[in-house]
Design a protein around this ligand. Structure first.
Ligand code: 4NP
Length: 149
């Protein structure tokens, strides 16, 4: 069982979407994973995902409605095996706050490249499509890691 944390800035658009998409796509692929999400920022703690993100995800069969935003915490770096940042700025923030000697591997969700923030671009369909493609790549990455052991 791999424990994976997906991280963006607000935890109301990209990372909640990726939490649900990755959980679904990994389950379809028969991988045993636990997925959570968090934001580097504190503005939306306790808030549900952003309406347009919820609607676009629902259109493709993903239910974001039970989720509530939380902020990344130091313990996450030991509680999770893999922390996936949605963009390079999130990655820089994670590197800055990671406790010394933390266990979790840090990686970009797309391997290389960013998922642009739809809160600012307003392209919620494009973000979801990128997040679905990225989830398939994450599944491949996890499979490679398991077979490399
Ligand atoms: P997210 O998008 O990082 O994909 O959740 C954002 C949502 C809200 C804000 C920033 C990013 N904000 O500054 O309020």
């Amino acid at each position: 069982m791999s424990r994976i944390l997906v991280v963006c800035l607000g935890n109301i658009c990209r990372s909640p979407t990726a939490e649900v998409v990755l959980r679904d796509i990994a389950a379809e692929a028969g991988l045993s994973v636990e997925v959570d999400s968090a934001g580097t920022g504190d503005w939306h703690i306790g808030a549900p995902p952003y309406g347009p993100a919820v609607e676009v995800a629902a259109g493709q069969g993903y239910d974001l409605s039970p989720l509530r935003a939380r902020q990344v915490r130091a313990a996450d770096f030991d509680d999770f095996d893999l922390i996936l940042a949605m963009d390079a700025s999130n990655m820089a923030d994670l590197r800055r706050i990671a406790p010394q000697g933390a266990r979790a591997e840090l990686r970009l969700y797309l391997g290389s490249g960013d998922v642009p923030d739809p809160y600012f671009t307003r392209d919620f369909d494009g973000a979801l499509a990128l997040i679905e493609d990225g989830a398939r790549d994450v599944v491949d990455y996890l499979r490679q890691k398991v077979s490399a052991v």
